[in-house]
Design a protein around this ligand. Sequence first.
Ligand SMILES: [Fe+2]
Ligand SMILES: [Fe+2]
Length: 240
Amino acid sequence: MSAIAEKTVRELALESSSATRVFEKLGIDYCCGGDKSLEEACRAANLSFEQVQSALDAAQQESNVADVRDWQKEPLADLIAHINVTHHKYVRQEIARLGPLFEKVCGVHGKIHPEMLHVQAVFRGLSQELTQHMMKEEMVLFPYIVRMEEAVIQREPVLPPPFGSVANPVAMMEHEHDSAGDALRAMRSASNGYAAPDGACTSYQALYRALAEFEADLHQHIHLENNILFPRAIAMENQQ
Ligand SMILES: [Fe+2]
Ligand SMILES: [Fe+2]
């Protein structure tokens, strides 16, 4: 067994973004459940370790490393800007777009496919939670992290946050990420892995495809926060 079998899924996800794409494709949880070793994660997902290892090797070779920023090293302010303009913007756009698409598909197919009504209800709850969640990040936690980093760079004293320690809002955000992860799993299971039934109309298929993409984006988004931004912010605060 190679050394990578012993590494955790989180460590591998942090080493290369190509690994996160492989985990996404194979259904290996790398954001909230990333502390399993790769070997354990393969067993849990019923996948052969060798198969996953070769998928990781192939993806690594394909990826154009020059294009990918190493968020372990870039300033926290840049990572936060990236999260805001890429992931938060996308979540808001998709919530606005998919609500009406759900209405349309459920109106036509909800009677024959009641599971779609369940997926719609879970998505609605998730949308409300994420809207509140992103607002708290953008108005409270992220601006504080940016100010803290600025003070550290300028070698100025860091003003204490109104919430005691950065670890407090981080714990709350991580708890909310777990809840979002539960909602994603519930939608995936109710929709049979986003497999549209035979003869499903284009809107039905488009909605399922969009939900699968929404899931992948949210995994990447939570990975950047849970595994990179939050630990780096806590470490920075602890060094003061
Ligand atoms: Fe976020
Ligand atoms: Fe978040």
